[in-house]
Ligand binder design. Sequence first.
Ligand code: UD1
Length: 361
Amino acid sequence: MPKVLTILGTRPEIIKLSPLMPLLAERCEHVLVHSGQHYSYDVDAIFFHELQLPDPQHALGVGSATHGEQTARILARLEPILFSEKPAAVLVQGDTNTAMAGALCASKIDIPVVHLESGGRSFNRAMPEEQNRIIIDHIAALLLAADEIATTNLRNEGLPEEIIATIGSTAIDAVLRNREHAQNSTILEQLELREKNYLLLTLHRAENTIPSVLPGMVEAINTLAETYTIVFPVHPRTAAALKQQGLTLSPKLCLSKPLGYLDTLRLIGSATAVLTDSGGLQEEAGVLQTPLLITRNETEWRYLVDAGSAVLIGNRKEEMLAGAATWLAPEGLAQLRAHPAPVYAGAAERGAEAILRLVGG
Ligand code: UD1
């Protein structure tokens, strides 16, 4: 039986690989490696528990570090495992340092790399994630793209047609599998929220937490908190940046620690609108048909903006407030709701089939 080794390390990788890994475990020998890029219970173990995933066979324990150090630790600690496990392919997802280091390590010793969520581009090369995506796509042997936009990006970069498969997004499969279960979440009651009577905010991207950007975003958020009930689960990176930059959030915000997947789905589905810079939340809002305001200047999920269910409102104070004034007004919200995003299920199944074809299973 062919062996496929998956390496993951962060919250979005666990969620987006969750529909695919059980299919691989059924049809081939599947080995899971955890880099330890994320390690706190709130952003790691809770997702294994909620999504009923088996414990990884190997844990690299790399923890937090600079980009170079984190990447180097993964390379050095993964290589001996690849030598001993001898997988027929290594699967990585998305754009994290774990995915890039995992792909580089495998490719250097001639093990074919499969890239799930291939071809996503923000066209902003300053983002660490954009650099990671491009590197992975150009060393991988099988590119599993989420949509035609991603596939076109890969073609435009000269990548060969025969290694590209457009399979859809496993983030959508994950929502469809878990949305009913999420209805049992008591997070609304815990936070004393009412259905369709609050905004959900998340913010963690590197380009939004730097001192030239974060203070303006905090001012915009604090201003919005005068008018709206805003729930804000704070990512560890953002909490550290707020402290370091001496920024204070309005006491009117409903702050929480990072939340689990089921609580997050419940909060997205019941919100008036979602304001986020997260990639995963954008797609989840699309499936759950909640109006979406993206606090960035570009998005890898352009299909949401093209459909009309999402808008880009930027990350500067004035443009964020102007965007919020337009799109959170009743007419703005009605317009976003009138254009639901398309939902294509079955990416995990198509991805598993393509991987098995690659490894001869
Ligand atoms: C990473 C990914 C990003 C993804 C995000 C999801 C890269 C380059 N970025 O960013 O694409 O959207 O994960 O969360 O890989 N920390 C903790 N506990 C943890 C993990 C991190 O406290 O379990 C803190 C540490 O202080 C750390 C900081 O958060 O320095 C940022 O962690 P990092 O590994 O840089 O990743 P993210 O910002 O989470």
